[in-house]
Ligand binder design. Structure first.
Ligand SMILES: *[C@@H]1O[C@H](CO)[C@@H](O)[C@H](O)[C@H]1NC(C)=O
Ligand SMILES: *[C@@H]1O[C@H](CO)[C@@H](O)[C@H](O)[C@H]1NC(C)=O
Ligand SMILES: *[C@@H]1O[C@H](CO)[C@@H](O)[C@H](O)[C@H]1NC(C)=O
Ligand SMILES: *[C@@H]1O[C@H](CO)[C@@H](O)[C@H](O)[C@H]1NC(C)=O
Ligand SMILES: [Ca+2]
Length: 797
């Protein structure tokens, strides 16, 4: 009786579900560019309609509907429209002419998937008159712009024998962002995959930022939402009107000044910016809040074309409430670069480079708002004219005084845990557990363990991490796991249960980003600023979790309650605290096991086999090795262990418990990694910024953090006064008064003369100084920014 009741309930529920939501469909490709033009092919079910027109409707607000077609193969297709957003975009399909939308799925829109390559985009298409290494050189520039332009694309993208090449422009007007057709560059060009042309000058227009679109030949021009490939977004210098060619500096200076005026009407986003990390070391480990800027990154070879002097830049992951983003750049010696000192300095962005949810409305449109507000403007002020000071005034470097580093916790080896408050323990449970949770933001990070083998491949009574699953609030669920196939150690990344591939180093999802520059390293960044670094090393997974200061006193789980008190770290979900001095078995049973997940809370995806294996979220019958018998130091194995482990306790434990050298070595490596990160997340004191003195400069690389120095170099005829070099003390103050440059004869005269005479001379000198300062200002400015150019325009993501 009961069984029947349950059954009919279930049936009723599934009926309701079917009526409620659209029927899911399978389609490819599931990923594509936010610019649209990707052709989606629906493979299952076969949803060919009987006569009715097929329509696809994309998005949630301001939905865009496009007509679909049934191909010669009997499969239905729709082309994605311009989406203005990244991440998950739901769409529905109608097969009855738009009356009902009975099918649906989610498409993922991304940046950085352009199909048209603009050859020499930076030098030839965008045409900077200056570069990072050359001063303003009009003559050379005029030669350069006579050259032809070439674009390339994959010819197999189109069936047609010929293609149209069009220019589309981007503009923002109030709350409206739009990509608009400007004109045809060429029509009915043979589809060879390459096209070369001499651009013609066109009248000035509202569009200074755009993209080239290549599509199969159609009679009509500028048809929206058809199968097409797009170029990168770029500054449209190659087609600006005569005025720009004749006198680019005046034209650009006018644009720069107009921009300065326009900025006055926009909210001041600077105070809401997340502060920059004070040092490169902090920036590299604060992966929850900052991610590398692919245009200037150590792990990608520090190209840094537009950041002279920098070796690495990071961008804030989360946007500010206004949709703005922070960018921070660092020199090889670790100090932050200031625009007051170098054109490679850090500048915030009014438009976050990845945009900001809910996107679509300026300045929250991914990449393109950033281009309008922060990149094209940099071209006006810095690359096409000599007004960088205007740009830097509106985009000031953050001096890091508000920066508080994150805290790291770790789980590695035959699981050893180091809590956020630094307490170490070993937890060999077999099952699935909550590593970290923060109810305020709905954060859940779970870990799954699997039994490990010794060198002979026999299972031993010890476990290691095999998977991490996590989500925050309503974000997508990300799982990073070792594939069950033993022949690979490359971790798999699953998003909402599906394995994803990394076509770009960073994947943007809902509420979470996943970065993987090399397959063995996966970083998961959440909106809250929590970062999870997963590494595959030695056949198991290691994780470091970086938690921002906002979550202090708000965390629970195996990584403990972070409140600077390590003694209450072993707190169970019900609030009982196991003494930190308890023996290992008590910690194991009373604390560790208490954090087992349940079928309801588990975020993991299960294969049939795993379903059975992890039916118990904590295997009560599994007895871990707690006190492995010590190895005699003089035995061969003992010597081997000493070689691998040194004095690292966790490594010694794993070696004795498993005799698995690879595992032990991985434990040692992970512990060293944790220690390095802990060191790099220490707070570093900072001193107030020292402006460049009049009649002088700052020698060497000025650094404003603890132990950093600023040295003044004065121009000919001037002397540093009162000090040449100041050093930043631990308490955040300089050890002297930062110097200014005073006229050399003035100081000697003042010292030589009597008090009255001295004062008189000084008065004259000060008067002279003020007068000369005004005079010098213009020339100093242009000299300061002579070789600069900043801003990463080489990348779109
Ligand atoms: C889909 O159904 C239509 C009509 O029933 C049929 O003509 C077509 O071949 C089918 N396509 C596939 C791929 O099965
Ligand atoms: C799209 O994704 C959301 C969030 O994961 C999910 O709730 C919804 O069911 C998905 N829609 C379809 C049609 O798969
Ligand atoms: C991968 O991670 C390890 C440990 O954090 C690091 O040393 C290494 O540089 C990373 N590799 C890349 C390419 O980021
Ligand atoms: C600054 O120098 C002192 C003395 O050499 C040293 O103890 C301290 O750790 C240094 N601070 C930093 C942040 O490097
Ligand atoms: Ca604590």
């Amino acid at each position: 009786m009961l069984a029947v009741a349950v059954f009919s309930l279930a049936l009723a529920a599934s009926c309701v579900h079917a009526q409620d939501g659209p029927l899911p469909i399978v389609f490819t490709p599931t990923f594509g560019t936010l610019m649209g033009g990707d052709e989606l092919v629906f493979t299952a079910p076969n949803i060919t309609s009987s006569g009715g027109q097929v329509y696809c409707r994309f998005g949630v607000v301001d939905q865009v509907t496009v007509a679909g077609v049934v191909g010669p193969d009997g499969l239905t297709r729709c082309v994605t429209p311009v989406l203005y957003e990244i991440g998950r975009v739901p769409f529905q399909v109608s097969v009855d002419g738009g009356s009902t939308y009975s099918y649906g799925a989610n498409f993922t829109a991304a940046l950085g998937m352009e199909g048209v390559n603009l050859v020499d985009r930076d030098s030839k298409w965008q045409r900077p008159i200056k570069s990072a290494t050359s001063p303003l050189d009009l003559a050379a520039w005029r030669e350069l712009i006579k050259e032809q332009l070439t674009l390339t694309w994959d010819r197999d993208s189109f069936d047609s024998a010929s293609v149209n090449v069009e220019l589309w422009g981007y503009k923002e007007e109030g709350s409206q962002a739009s990509w608009d057709f400007m004109y045809s560059v060429a029509r009915q060009v043979p589809n060879t995959g390459t096209y070369t042309f001499s651009p013609e000058s066109t009248p000035d227009s509202v569009y200074h930022t755009g993209k080239i679109r290549v599509s199969g030949f159609t009679q009509q021009e500028g048809v929206p939402n058809i199968r097409a490939l797009w170029s990168n977004v770029h500054a449209l210098a190659w087609q600006f009107k005569e005025l720009f060619y004749q006198d680019p500096v005046t034209w650009s200076t006018q644009r720069c000044m107009a921009w300065r005026e326009a900025e006055k009407d926009l909210p001041n986003f600077v105070p809401d910016m997340p502060p920059c990390p004070c040092t490169l070391q902090q920036a590299l480990v604060d992966t929850g809040r900052f991610q590398l800027d692919t245009g200037c990154a150590l792990s990608l070879g520090s190209t840094c074309t537009y950041h002279p002097g920098a070796v690495h830049c990071v961008r804030s992951i989360a946007a500010s409430p206004d949709g703005a983003g922070q960018q921070c750049c660092y020199a090889a010696d670790g100090r932050e670069l200031f625009t007051g000192d170098t054109a490679g300095g850090s500048t915030p962005d009014r438009g976050h480079v990845f945009g900001a949810p809910p996107y679509r409305v300026p300045p929250r449109v991914p990449s393109y708002s950033h281009w309008i507000h922060d990149v094209t403007t940099f071209y006006y002020c810095c690359l096409w004219s000599d007004n960088c000071d205007v740009y830097f005034e509106l985009r000031p470097t953050d001096d890091c005084t508000r920066y508080v580093p994150p805290k790291a916790g770790a789980v590695f080896g035959d699981p050893h845990v180091i809590t956020l408050d630094g307490r170490s323990y070993t937890f060999n449970g077999l099952g699935e557990y909550t590593l970290l949770q923060a109810d305020d933001i709905g954060l859940r990070i779970q870990v799954r363990t699997a039994q490990v083998s010794n060198a002979q491949g026999e299972l031993v009574h010890a476990t290691a991490c095999s998977s991490f699953a996590m989500r925050e609030g309503a974000s997508d669920t990300v799982e990073v796991r070792l594939p069950s196939a033993r022949d690979t150690e490359v971790p798999q990344v699953l998003v909402n249960g599906e394995v994803v591939r990394f076509d770009t180093p960073v994947i943007t999802l809902s509420g979470v980003y996943v970065a993987s520059v090399v397959p063995s390293n996966v970083t998961v960044h959440f909106q809250s600023g929590v970062g999870v670094e997963v590494r595959s090393e030695g056949g198991l997974l290691t994780a470091l979790v970086l938690v921002p200061p906002q979550l202090k006193s708000k965390t629970q789980g195996l990584l403990g309650s972070w409140n600077d008190n390590p003694d209450d770290d072993f707190t169970t979900p019900s609030g009982d605290t196991v003494p930190s001095t308890a023996d290992q078995m008590t910690i194991y049973n009373d604390f560790g096991a208490s954090w087992a997940v349940t079928s309801q809370t588990s975020l993991f995806v299960y294969s049939a086999q795993e379903e059975a294996m992890y039916a118990d979220k904590h295997d009560p019958d599994f007895t871990p090795i707690v006190n492995p018998p010590a190895l005699p130091a003089e035995s061969a194995e003992g010597r081997r262990m000493a070689q691998i482990c040194g004095d690292n306790d966790q490594c010694v434990f794993d070696f004795t418990a498993t005799r698995n050298e690879v595992l032990a070595a991985s434990t040692r490596w992970a512990h060293d990694w944790y220690q390095a990160v802990s060191k790099d997340t220490r707070k570093v004191a900072t001193c107030p910024y020292v402006p460049t003195p009049e009649h002088g400069s700052k020698a060497g690389g000025p650094s404003y953090v603890e132990n950093g120095t600023v040295t003044i170099a004065c121009n000919e005829g001037y002397t540093p006064h009162p000090t040449r070099t100041v050093t930043c003390r631990r308490d955040g103050t300089w050890d002297g008064v930062p110097g200014t440059c005073v006229a050399s004869n003035a100081t000697t005269a003042a010292v030589a003369g009597g008090v009255i005479g001295g004062v008189a001379v000084l008065c004259v000198v000060i008067g002279l100084l003020v007068w000369r300062m005004r005079d010098d200002k213009e020339s100093t400015r242009s000299e300061d920014y002579r070789d600069d150019s900043k801003k990463d325009s080489t990348q779109e993501t």
